[in-house]
Write a protein that binds this ligand. Structure first.
Ligand code: ATP
Ligand code: MG
Length: 436
């Protein structure tokens, strides 16, 4: 045997036993977003490296140490996207979607960061991202938060709480930065290496540190909320009013700064205590300067991204996830001529009942082996088409689960009626809605 090739560390297969939950989750997200008027956009997974360096910021964890960057055959520097906002803005500018327009967009897909793999932290992970362009007031910030709150209710997700903060205008932040640097310099002995570096390049990020030794010192640091410009303060107050009016509880966390450079004014995170240090399941904020920074006209914008793996493991811990549906029916075929009759019968039933999940036995096998497959498939009913049944134009219906009626043999005409009743199936003509 030749050597087995393994997947890349931190990058995982999503197996059939899990995809049911993923599809269910994605469907809830899609429907919720659609109910607020958001439209899907699909961007490439690879972009020019510059795009991320210019948007996320040169001195951030992502750009400094987490990007998958490589040279392609032309010698261009390309990067697997570590997040979606930059690509979404690039696409919006390039396709003329943003200038003088409002857009409500979302996307879903894999993101890539070279981090230390652990539970809730992977090198390929999946996000749903939502971005709103062309709206500058706190109403859209509130909408983004309300739609996530609605999504949590729909998913049955408890155990998450909302933290919000404001980063103010870039001028206010620059003034605050000086106070902060003074404060950190006065506490230089507590700073770790990372923080000492950040002191020169990006002191606000020190507030975001997860080092427990620095926690007390950070708690006492001056607060940006005391240095806000008037219009950012008003924006933030209005946002709070809107959230209160909608009955969405929140706490203000003045240390919440987010790890990417492009945010201004509102930032927020949905956090859980149930996933250890990987507690942020959804995070975002306003980024009014980014479109211009990436070559477009000034366009106010706000958005967020949620991590699908973290949300699914939270939902799982919280009481289980739906599986992909099993077939309704497993068709067993035994004897001369039943192969082609089976294909014919299956196709006819699928024509008649578009919602029917029918798995036909393929690859032969004796009665016992087929019975085992039928049982393992999870089907409710086995249909048996043997030589006797074939000769009489009949089919045997064998219930596979407890609490069902006895095995019996019906004509092929009666079968359709029986299946419709037993499985509560709608026929092609009368089918009112897609319910599967
Ligand atoms: P963290 O502080 O946990 O590193 P982050 O601030 O880097 O998160 P964002 O860039 O805001 O995360 O991404 C939004 C969401 O994507 C996160 O809240 C999280 O749910 C998810 N996420 C981010 N990085 C990873 C990862 N490496 N593996 C799995 N999910 C991730
Ligand atoms: Mg991170």
């Amino acid at each position: 045997m030749s050597r087995q090739i393994k997947s890349i560390r931190g990058m995982h297969d999503i197996l059939p036993e899990q995809t049911g939950a993923w599809q269910w989750f994605e469907a809830q997200v899609r429907e919720t977003l659609s109910s607020y008027g958001y439209q899907e956009i699909r961007m490439p997974i690879v972009e020019q490296t510059d795009l991320f360096a210019r948007s996320i910021g040169e001195v951030t964890d992502i750009v400094e140490k987490e990007m998958y960057t490589f040279e392609d055959r032309n010698g261009d520097s390309l990067t697997l996207r570590p997040e979606g906002t930059a690509g979404c803005v690039r696409a919006g500018v390039e396709n003329g979607l943003l200038h003088n327009q409002q857009q409500r967009l979302w996307y879903a897909g894999p993101m890539f960061r070279h981090e230390r793999p652990q539970k809730g932290r992977y090198r390929q992970f999946h996000q749903i991202g939502v971005e709103a362009f062309g709206m500058e007031g706190p109403d859209i910030d509130a909408e983004l938060i309300l739609l996530t709150a609605r999504l949590w209710r729909r998913l049955g997700l408890r155990n998450v709480r909302l933290e919000i903060n404001t980063l103010g205008s870039s001028e206010a932040r620059a003034a605050y930065r000086e106070h902060l640097v003074d404060y950190f310099k006065a506490h230089a002995e507590v700073l770790d290496d990372d923080a000492r570096q950040r002191l020169e390049t990006n002191p606000l990020r020190i507030l975001d540190s997860k080092n427990p030794q620095m926690r007390a010192m950070i708690q006492e640091a001056p607060s940006l909320l005391d240095h806000l410009d008037a219009s950012s303060r008003e924006h933030f107050e209005q946002l709070q009013c809107l959230l209160r009016a909608a009955d969405v509880p929140f706490t203000i966390n003045p240390r919440l700064v987010r790890g990417l450079d492009y945010y201004c004014r509102t930032v927020f995170e949905w956090i859980t205590d149930a996933l250890g240090a990987q507690g942020t399941v959804c995070a975002g904020g306003r980024y009014d300067g980014l479109v211009e920074q990436l070559g477009g006209r000034h366009t106010p914008a706000a958005g967020f991204a949620m991590g699908i793996e973290r949300l699914l493991s939270l939902l799982e811990a919280d009481g289980g996830l739906p599986m992909a549906p099993s077939p309704h029916v497993y068709l067993m075929l035994a004897g001369e001529g039943t192969g082609s009759a089976g294909v014919e019968l299956s196709e006819q039933l699928r024509d008649q009942f578009p919602g029917l999940r029918l798995q036909m036995n393929c690859g032969g096998g004796g009665f016992k082996a087929q019975m085992r497959r039928a049982d393992r498939s999870g089907a409710q009913l086995a249909l048996i088409l043997g030589e006797t049944e074939l000769a009489e134009g009949r089919v045997t219906v064998k219930p596979l689960r407890e609490g069902q009626t006895e095995q019996h043999t019906v004509t092929q005409e009666a079968l359709a009626h029986h299946l419709a009743q037993a499985l509560d199936l709608a026929t092609a003509e009368t089918r009112p809605t897609e319910n599967d």
